[in-house]
Design a protein around this ligand. Structure first.
Ligand SMILES: [Cu+2]
Length: 493
């Protein structure tokens, strides 16, 4: 009798817990600590790096192809750094910005925690309403760009807002930093080996930044499908060399040589103690910012004036259509017919500012924030951080008139084990899905590359110069030589 009562009570509790669960099922949160063991105080910049944070949504959305076709996507969208992403910049923010309730680049939904002691602290507690309001049907192609500095700690929150157009799917999402030196498989985003993020949940990935270079990320759930559908983004890590090179020649030399991590003599890549470009010609580069480098080269050979993340991708419109309409997707028939640079085909690649697309409820959402117009200040060099997550095609990009100096492949500076220079000049590069390549477009010869000149970056695979059935488009963009380049939005001045 007693045990039967206990049983029924237990059953009652079980049912209560089960059916009350949806009340608690929403578990959105962000995480962006002001200090850690590695970064005990709030540090915004400096030799020791800093804490950086970002929040992205996983869900669905629409984008506009070069022929006007509105294409359904499974996609990541921005949930922090919204103003920066609208300007074509990375959405990665320092702690003070990410945790701000007023900064337009702060984390969406962040609100004072009523349960903290004392109440009202910023603990990562969020209000789900603005997250759903902004995150639903707000996918971007490419996904929000991430950029961190070597020695940073990076807290990346993925919030799965669900896919409104596919309520039959209970799709989880993950973030996988492809080819990234990641110490923990737990944060690697491969669902078989770690965790995947359910609808209605957030998860914060934690990364260190041990090696400078150009990387990319994608969702690792059913990869051919979620990559083809649009869950691809870019991440790059800036080198320590950027931070020790400020000041006069002597001060910069002392700064570099007094830090064991950048001291010349320990590293085969360090062929001379200080980047000479910085010291001898100008402290500021031709874009008016401190001289920046792609890698810790030790000799200034990877210096550039402006940088452009360029993600190559392709969409198969048929696959996206059946992906929206509950039909079975034929994986073996997948064949890209839209060829994309940063999610856009020519001529959209040279349309300034973010592109928006009307979604299923009739509202406009920013869908493709990144133009791919390459503006180079006269006499300058542009670093193209090229990555490819195309699922079905190899892609070739050619440059006519401006030499391409290939300095890195798959996030590695091109040097051999003896430190010999393996970089080379070419007029085209070919990449497959899952590869990255760092190219410096060298327009420092001002006689041949005067201000006002226009060049093209295009694919010599001529069938890829089209937008599905429409001729003249595809994988192409323009390179403009400008009197100067606005360092904020990279427009020609
Ligand atoms: Cu996914």
């Amino acid at each position: 009798m007693f045990s039967k009562q206990l049983f029924s009570r237990s059953l009652y509790m079980l049912l209560l817990v089960t059916f009350a669960a949806p009340v608690f099922a929403q578990s959105f949160r962000v995480q962006c600590p002001t200090s850690t063991v590695l970064h005990p105080a709030v540090v915004t910049a400096g030799v020791s790096g800093a804490i950086k944070c970002q929040q992205i949504s996983g869900g669905d959305g629409y984008s506009t192809m070069g022929d006007g076709n509105q294409t359904y996507m499974f996609s990541f969208g921005p949930l922090s750094g919204l103003a920066d992403i609208k300007n074509g910049l990375p959405g990665t923010e320092p702690v003070s910005v990410f945790n701000s309730l007023v900064d337009p680049n702060g984390a969406v939904g962040l609100s004072p925690d009523p349960d903290s002691v004392p109440a009202g602290q910023i603990t990562g507690h969020v209000d789900p309403r603005p997250i759903m309001d902004i995150g639903v049907m707000n996918g971007n192609i490419p996904a929000p760009t991430m950029a961190i500095d070597e020695d940073d700690e990076f807290f990346l929150t993925l919030t799965n807002v669900g896919m409104i157009m596919r309520p039959d799917l209970f799709e989880k999402h993950t973030v996988h930093f492809h080819g990234y030196p990641n110490a923990s498989s737990f944060y690697d985003g491969v669902p078989d080996a770690s965790v995947a993020i359910n609808i209605g949940a957030s998860f914060t990935y934690y990364y260190l930044a041990p090696d400078a270079g150009t990387y990319f990320f994608h969702c690792h759930i059913t990869p051919p499908e979620h990559l083809q559908m649009g869950m691809v983004g870019q991440i790059y890590v800036r080198p320590r060399q950027n931070r020790v090179s400020s000041g006069t020649l002597y001060a910069g030399l002392m700064a570099q040589q007094s830090d064991l991590r950048t001291k010349c003599g320990n590293d085969i890549l360090c062929s001379s103690p200080l980047p000479p470009v910085n010291a001898t010609t100008h402290l500021n580069n031709k874009a008016g910012t401190p001289t920046l480098y792609a890698y810790n080269d030790g000799d200034g050979s990877t210096a550039y004036d402006v940088e452009y993340p360029v993600q190559i991708h392709g969409f198969d419109p048929n696959f996206h259509f059946v992906g929206m309409t509950f039909n079975p997707e034929a994986f073996t028939d997948m064949k890209d017919k839209h060829f994309l640079l940063n999610g856009r085909s020519y001529p959209d690649t040279v349309t300034p500012g973010p592109m928006s697309t009307e979604v299923s409820d009739g509202t406009q959402h920013f869908s493709q924030p990144l133009p791919t117009i390459i503006n180079i200040p006269v006499g300058g060099k542009a670093l193209l951080r090229i990555s490819d997550l195309d699922v079905t095609e190899f892609q070739t990009l050619a440059s006519l008139g401006i030499p391409m100096h290939v300095i890195g492949i798959n996030a590695r500076l091109l040097r051999d084990l003896s430190g010999n220079d393996m970089t080379y000049n070419t007029n085209s590069i070919t990449v497959g899905g899952g590869e990255s390549i760092d190219v410096i477009l060298d327009a420092s010869d001002t006689v041949n590359h005067p201000a006002g000149a226009v060049y093209y970056l295009y694919t010599p695979n001529l069938d890829h110069l089209s937008n599905d059935a429409e001729n003249f488009g595809g994988l192409m963009t323009e390179v403009h030589i400008c009197n100067s380049v606005n360092p904020t939005n990279k427009s020609c001045v």
